[in-house]
Design a protein around this ligand. Sequence first.
Ligand code: OXD
Ligand code: MN
Length: 593
Amino acid sequence: MAPGSQGSQLAALNAWVAEVAALTRPDAIHWCDGSDAENAALIAQMQADGTLIQLNEQSHPNSYLHRSHPDDVARVEHLTFVCTAHKDDAGPNNHWMAPLDAHAKMDALFDGCMQGRTMYVIPYCMGPIDSPLSRCGVEITDSPYVVANMRIMTRMGAPALARIEREGSFVKGLHSIGELDPERRFIMHFPEELTIQSFGSGYGGNALLGKKCHALRIASHQARSEGWLAEHMLILGIENPQGETHYVAAAFPSACGKTNLAMLIPPEGYRNAGWKVWTIGDDICWMRPGSDGRLYAINPEAGFFGVAPGTSAKSNPNALASIQHDTIFTNVGVTADNQPWWEGLDDGQTAVTDWRGNPFDAAKGPAAHPNSRFTVSAKQCPSYSAKAEDAQGVPISAIVFGGRRASLVPLVFEARDWTHGVLVGAAMGSETTAAATGAVGVMRRDPMAMKPFCGYNFADYFSHWLSFDHDDAKLPKADLPKIFHVNWFRKGDDGKFLWPGFGDNLRVLEWMIGRVKGEAAAVETPIGHLPAEGDLNLDGVTLNEEGRAKLFGFDHAGWQAEFASIGDYLDEYGPRMPQALKDEQQRIAASLA
Ligand code: OXD
Ligand code: MN
């Protein structure tokens, strides 16, 4: 039943729901309250119609497998649009369509699309329900699978509806799986109307509208006008043996190890000495300056939508422990005794059925789709921090940018100051992964890992980032985090990774915190401050000569070419690109010359 009465703050919501129902013509309308009973009924219904398959009840209680349409397994960047009144406001980094044209196209697709289906109305809150940094939305969908995932990924149901009633404002998201036809699939964003419309896909990033569509594309646009940042970043806390915790936010492109870093287990020596790592979030970070001038961050999500392949007791024991129960698996394989399975699980078993439901034959392809996922509540993660529920957020000491770079880029370097750090983020490059459709392994610029997610012109986005370093007497003096760049993916001549990664990445984080505290040493180079090999604790790590040279070295000629290419990239944005960023690029290019 629709809540609220005429004239209440919910009138706008009720009017919108009625308008959508008139367009899509569902058989029934269900307002989601987020209760256990509601979830149980939906799960039972999806089991009955084959949308969900129950997994082994002994090994994985309350866990289910969903097999998506084989043409609907990843985000579709070429079908994702930002529809601002002026094309330049969306920028060269987005596909653009005029709002009137986009609305006409979407209205035609949504016309009658829910006949024979139930329309679910999902009120949700991104972020702790009582946090001033949080924002609410309502997703209307005809997919019960979306409802079950949104229940895990957001604070969904009655408390969110109460907050919407109090605040009277929310992001409107309309979603239908349509016919799951790639020819009739569009993900449209109308940031000026706080509206999202998604048709023709049931896949996570295209269909769980709270995640990429709201918490990144719409929120980044909102954040710009309200003075905060919505970023594609994990957040973790590093507690040293003295009991002092520093929080770090890190941006890596999709499927580049954000979940693994967020849930890092310290190497044995560090564990014995008393180091601990706490998980706040693995994908999205909303940050705003606090009254003390520091940046405070929340994770707007309540769950993890993690990439399954490669997740193992060695690579990410915390993730593996989290997904032993009450988890939805999408597009993984299954073993003979009905347990979820994927490449890299390394548990001595193998799948008998692949992600499409066919008998598994390794010669024909992997058991699990490379972008197969688990959806699980963050509360199930052993390293989940109590601070993740803190309404004020956590103060950020360091921001880290990084990508997959087989060559050139050393293990870690520190930006000289905020402006240089913004350039380091803007110049980020990475090889593409299976998280989006298209070729895998192609190097592209992915500024701040936001290429697929920034809801406005990157040139304006960089200006917004630069504006945080201000000297404005009316505002608290900015006490900004230090900015670093890392590359866990540097390869040797034999094509193998040179850095062990995973838990050993804590060694790099320790150096960063040392820099923040003014305690760790570094060598100055034109691209920033690099640790000398001896500045990192490498006790227990064996590197060969090539590894030491490439991880800690600085390739002058290579960086000269890289800076020329960065200059060309910034020029693609024309006169809107902030001069301060171009000056910074030219200053470094000149010092490399
Ligand atoms: C994700 C992505 O799902 O970045 O987090 O694709
Ligand atoms: Mn992501």
